[in-house]
Write a protein that binds this ligand. Structure first.
Ligand code: GAR
Length: 220
């Protein structure tokens, strides 16, 4: 699974990556693509923060960047309309929220159904929202981790694709836990994008309850 031979066999998935900060998850995606492990191409990186370090990572990799300051828009929907326009202008097929600290609306979700992926630094449904690592330390859990999920209209409530766990130790603080979880995010997110690129993810919405995501590596 996830070999460069697989990558050579399929058309690259066209990604739009949304960031707000340091962009280490973006970097992991860039690196896996460069190594031939992930059959994808990043067509554009959009940041809502002009000073986001992740923009430098994109520029170094010669990926087009766009800054859209959410404060310049009258509403979340208007901001998302501009994002959709920008993503479409770059022929994006799949949108990745890689440390994008804004809630997205139906405008974006309807434009990319089951094609908006988020990485979150906890084992959802535990600790949604901001400061998930601090929430985990404060609660005193002994296992935490990260979750890759499809985004829906709620905050970190969309169908889970995959998770990776980490131990939480007595000595941990928010920062040490953040670093340990981040290492797992850098494995999980590119792996999940690889499954999508290869057509291996199926979403079953037939049950009437929460949609179920299945990994089916036998898909062509
Ligand atoms: C990551 O830990 C990501 O899971 C988190 O922001 C960090 C971004 O790091 N996202 C959220 O908390 C979203 N609710 P990065 O900019 O270095 O990739």
């Amino acid at each position: 699974m996830n070999t460069s031979a697989d990558a050579a066999r399929c058309t690259p998935l066209v990604l739009g990556v949304l960031i707000s900060g340091s962009g280490t998850n973006l970097q992991a995606i860039i690196d896996r693509i460069a190594e031939g492990q992930l059959p994808a191409k990043i067509a554009v990186v959009i940041s809502n923060v002009a000073s986001a370090k992740g923009l430098d990572r994109a520029r170094r990799a010669e990926i087009p960047t766009v800054v859209l300051d959410h404060k310049a828009f009258p509403s979340r929907a208007a901001f998302d309309e501009k994002m959709v326009e920008t993503l479409r202008a770059h022929d994006v097929e799949c949108v990745v929220l890689a440390g994008f600290m804004r809630i997205v609306t139906k405008v974006l979700l309807d434009a990319f159904p089951y094609r908006v992926i988020n990485i979150h630094p906890s084992l959802l449904p535990a600790f949604p929202g901001v400061n998930a690592q601090a929430q985990a330390v404060a609660y005193g859990v002994r296992i935490s981790g990260c979750t890759a999920h499809f985004v829906d209209a709620g905050t970190d409530t969309g169908p889970v694709i995959a998770q990776r766990s980490v131990d939480v130790f007595e000595r941990d603080d928010e920062e040490s836990l953040r670093k340990r979880i981040l290492r797992e995010e850098h494995v999980l997110l590119p792996a999940v994008l690889g499954w999508i690129a290869r057509g291996w993810l199926e979403v079953d919405t037939s049950g009437g309850g929460r949609p179920r995501v299945r990994l089916n590596p036998s898909n062509p």
